[in-house]
Design a protein around this ligand. Structure first.
Ligand SMILES: NC(=O)c1ccc[n+]([C@@H]2O[C@H](COP(=O)([O-])OP(=O)(O)OC[C@H]3O[C@@H](n4cnc5c(N)ncnc54)[C@H](OP(=O)(O)O)[C@@H]3O)[C@@H](O)[C@H]2O)c1
Length: 284
């Protein structure tokens, strides 16, 4: 099996390639320097040349706040780029997996969003990711759309790294405590994605580590596990205004994973522990 992975220079793509290689699968990971997915002709040429059996499309414009001011750039990557990748995949008859986000939902209510709930994005980034989903559905009968949330991995920036960095100069931090969701460790997710592509169990899935928390709870656990004496003040979204509106309820139901016999990801606290170990190994 020949698998092409976009977004290799990002958090998720990197771990997906690593996991596939571990299992002896031929993995080709690419970043923007290898192929700019907004260049239609180049995308078709490149994909035809590689002729993959599967494309795992992880590349995206992911700067949620910046997207509100850089709408054109965000649209180009997340909508047009996805269209070109999906069209190219279809041309070579490759299976397609598109990575999407909890930010396609409006975050109303307290219940976890189900896979079949109607997306109503509240920010521009979420809107473009949902447009990407629609393109994949329109072009393909059989596809994987995997919505994930609050991603962390070794290859890139994330909330955990930010918290650890801030703790070097601060012993008290204000963190939002009224947005609730689930962190997703790319190491765990990569294993699931590689399992999935080896099946024909197509459809829309939600995937993240087990359990829910707020950002403030997440920060508290980070400092508990790293033995750092940092006080976390839980504040409201209104007290921490950001350029993009974020859904308050980012809980996602992962019913479909279980129904299709896929193993749920470990609890987010266990994932954090594993990740901190992984970071410590890197420093050595
Ligand atoms: N991060 C999160 O919290 C989060 C939450 C939910 C869903 N997601 C989704 O999960 C997926 C992976 O996220 P991530 O955190 O791993 O992303 P990331 O670390 O921000 O990496 C983004 C990747 O996309 C590539 N890319 C951007 N523009 C490109 C272009 N024009 N042509 C080719 N490649 C381009 C980047 O390449 P360069 O490095 O070369 O620019 C990089 O490899 C994305 O689809 C994202 O929407 C992320």
């Amino acid at each position: 099996m020949n698998v092409l992975v976009t977004g290799y220079t990002g958090q998720l793509g990197y771990d997906v390639v690593r996991e596939g290689k571990k299992r002896g699968i031929s993995m080709i990971g690419i970043g923007r320097e290898d192929l700019d997915i907004t260049n239609e002709e180049e995308v078709y040429k490149y994909v035809q040349y590689v002729n993959p059996d599967v494309i795992i499309h992880c590349a995206a414009y992911t700067a949620v706040d910046k997207a509100e001011d850089e709408k054109e750039s965000c649209w180009k990557v997340n909508v047009l780029g996805t269209k070109f990748i999906a069209t190219a995949a279809k041309k070579v008859k490759a299976k397609l997996m598109y990575i999407s986000t909890d930010y396609v939902f409006d975050g109303k209510g307290e219940e976890p969003f189900k896979e079949e709930d109607k997306p109503v994005p509240v920010g521009y980034y979420g809107l473009t990711k949902y447009e990407g989903e629609k393109i994949v559905r329109d072009l393909y009968e059989d596809y994987f759309i995997v919505r994930i949330s609050w991603v962390f991995g070794t290859n890139g920036h994330n909330f955990i790294k930010t918290m650890i960095q801030l703790s070097e100069t601060r012993n008290e931090l204000n963190v939002v405590g009224d947005q609730c969701g689930s962190p997703t460790y790319t190491f765990d997710l990569a294993r699931l994605l590689i399992d999935m592509i080896q099946t024909e169990k197509y459809g829309v899935y939600h995937a993240s580590n087990e359990g829910f928390c707020t950002w403030a709870e997440f920060a508290t656990e980070i400092f508990t596990q790293t033995n750092k004496a940092v006080t976390i003040n839980s504040i409201s979204t209104e007290e921490y205004p950001t350029r993009a509106v974020r859904p308050k309820n980012s809980r996602m139901s992962k019913q479909k994973l279980v129904e299709n016999g896929f193993e749920p990801l470990p609890k987010w606290q266990d994932a954090l522990k594993h990740y901190l170990n992984e970071l410590a190994q890197e420093v050595k």
